[in-house]
Design a protein around this ligand. Structure first.
Ligand code: PHE
Length: 352
């Protein structure tokens, strides 16, 4: 009977059962389909009575099947949604995050300080030839100063017959910057650049690593003199160390590529076992520490850069980035910079 059929549909517990019931009632061989076929054998009067009943039955079974199917599908979807719920109020799992390495940060800080003074950043290759690294910097072959740099040489020469090496300082960027400016503009200069980067010397102990970082500075213009150099270094060190009481001491020195050459010391005091830059090195409890090599660019170097040394003058300086980083952030072991030990980095606030 109709109510029996509807009751069975209503209690079908899954979609397969609903489909089986559809076939049983409405399929080609289905019971309701069978009833429809009996209409053809009825008299018109009978058919008038029975026809609407059978059609109504077919209709209600059809509707019941669709409703049951719909209900089962909705229930399945709701169950799935419930099982896949994400609780957004739960704390997120912790993912370790990297931070900028102190050397990179200090190089960025230096670039910013010098950008404020109008210096652009220049770069050069770490694999250099001995012409850029030595010869053009007024250190011809067999010059004794070459021996002061414990140079890593490559076994083969380059196409022009130059010895190849890992640059021992950033000073070759001076030459490359001058040559580049002359190439673009035969009139040449002015130039105002810094060149931060890696340099290499065969040297290793608590205060030396075979790879370390320097920052070079070069200014070429007309009428440049030592006063400009001193102002630039003072302004840079005050901005970098964020202190107004920085005191410099300039000492005569020697570099083949500068003349005169000046070594620069900065006054510091020791506080809680830590060197703190500031004040005169001659003040009580203070001392001097060397931080920079510098000088007026040697005329041979200006000429090697393709410029006329009678027309252009300049100053240059070079300093160790690692040393500047240690001084500002109170680190005491150079080698730790390159160990990649996150505990050391986080001790100095450089790790999340
Ligand atoms: N290149 C020198 C060094 O590595 C530093 C320096 C650069 C000195 C520029 C004078 C001028 O020690």
């Amino acid at each position: 009977t109709g109510s029996e059929a509807l009751a069975r549909i209503e209690s079908a517990s899954d979609l397969d059962t609903v489909e089986a019931l559809r076939v049983e009632f409405l399929g080609k061989q289905g019971s309701i389909s069978g009833l429809l076929k009996t209409l053809g054998k009825m008299s018109p009067d009978e058919r008038k009575v029975e026809g609407p009943k059978i059609h109504a039955l077919r209709e209600s079974v059809n509707d019941a099947l669709a409703a049951r199917k719909d209900a089962l599908e909705t229930a399945a979807l709701e169950a799935r949604l419930a099982s896949e719920t994400v609780d957004l109020s739960l704390p997120a799992p912790e993912t370790p995050r990297g931070t900028v390495h102190p050397i990179s940060q200090v190089m960025d800080e230096l670039a910013e300080v010098f950008a404020d003074m109008g210096f652009a950043v220049a770069t050069g290759p770490e694999i250099e030839d001995d012409w850029h690294n030595f010869t053009a910097l007024n250190m011809p072959e067999s010059h004794p100063a070459r021996a002061m740099h414990d140079t890593f040489y490559f076994p083969d020469k380059d196409d022009e017959g130059h010895d190849m090496l890992l640059r021992t300082h950033t000073s070759p960027v001076q030459i490359r910057s001058m040559l580049e400016v002359v190439k673009k503009n035969p009139g040449g200069a002015p130039i105002r650049i810094i060149a931060p980067g890696r340099v290499y010397r065969s040297d290793s102990d608590a205060t030396h690593t075979p790879m370390f970082h320097q920052i070079e500075g070069l200014v070429i213009d007309k009428g440049i003199h030592l006063g400009h150099l001193k102002w630039t270094l003072e302004t840079f060190l005050k901005a970098y160390f964020e202190r107004d009481d920085i005191v410099l001491r300039l000492r005569p020195s020697y570099f083949p590529f500068t003349e005169p050459s000046v070594e620069v010391d900065v006054g510091y005091a020791v506080e809680n076992g830590r060197r703190v830059v500031g004040g005169s090195g001659d003040a009580p409890g203070h001392a001097w520490m060397e931080v920079l090599g510098s000088g007026m660019v040697n005329r041979h170097v200006i000429a090697a850069g393709g410029l006329d040394p009678d027309e252009w003058q300049g100053f240059a300086f070079g300093t160790g980035v690692d040393r500047l980083a240690m001084l500002k952030y109170g680190m005491d072991d150079l080698r730790a910079f390159f160990d990649g030990d996150v505990r050391w980095l986080s001790h100095y606030g450089f790790s999340a």
